[in-house]
Design a protein around this ligand. Structure first.
Ligand SMILES: [Zn+2]
Length: 225
């Protein structure tokens, strides 16, 4: 029953028994873990102030002798990760991260942290797209917009491409089928991913939302975009 410490992000807390919580957490170095926070719902619990989503948390816990549920010993609320105006959007990203990085995976913390950073300095609708897209990229479900995802050929930015079955295809591989993705669409979206000052118009955002939704559908996961 070793004691552990790590930096972490809270994904979910589920009420357990009269006064406790079960926590789902992404840690920097221990992957996704599950902890029991005994008495955390009591008014005087020392855990109450610390257990917040969308904050970096400093955790200390005891690993279990058997099973996979550790015991929370201490939680400190460190830095807030989003301004108040972006909290709802942030909750959506947390829900997405919770599906993309399930129990047993060794990563997810840095991916979610990075996604929240992307949301911080972008408008909410484009920011959710950029942040979700990055997490999908980390998960290997999407690739960059400069190559055909079928033949891997680099496609000049002034060429059209096609979106089909949750993949980006070159003209040859698409056989002229699928949703047309213009050179302007590709330039704007890949530009916005790198640089928040490259703004997206509503048409770009709708296209991007459609692409993201179809990736979730392809993997049979409900999208929160
Ligand atoms: Zn191709």
């Amino acid at each position: 029953m070793a004691e552990q410490r790590d930096i972490a992000l809270l994904l979910r807390s589920i009420p357990y028994s009269d006064s406790s919580l079960i926590l789902h957490i992404l840690t920097q170095n221990h992957g996704r873990i599950c902890l029991m926070a005994r008495g955390a719902r009591r008014a005087k619990s020392q855990f109450r102030a610390g257990l917040m989503t969308l904050h970096q948390l400093g955790l200390r816990w005891r690993t279990p002798r058997t099973g996979n549920m550790g015991t929370l010993l201490e939680v400190q609320r460190l830095t807030p990760l989003l301004p108040d105006s972006k909290i709802l959007a942030g909750q959506k990203l947390i829900a997405t991260a919770s599906t993309l990085f399930p129990e047993g995976v060794a990563h997810g913390h840095n991916e979610l942290y990075h996604a929240l950073q992307l949301l911080t300095n972008r408008p909410e609708d484009a920011g959710i797209c950029a942040a979700t897209w990055k997490m999908l990229e980390f998960s290997g479900w999407v690739s960059d917009l400069k190559h055909c995802w079928n033949c891997s050929e680099a496609i000049e930015m002034n060429q059209s491409m096609y979106w089909k079955q949750a993949h980006l295809f070159c003209q040859t591989c698409a056989h002229d089928q699928g949703f047309h993705v213009s050179s302007g669409d590709r330039k704007s979206i890949s530009g916005h991913l790198l640089e928040p000052n490259i703004k997206l118009n509503q048409a770009h955002i709708h296209l991007w939302q459609m692409m993201i939704k179809s990736v979730f559908q392809e993997h049979h996961i409900k999208s929160s975009v």
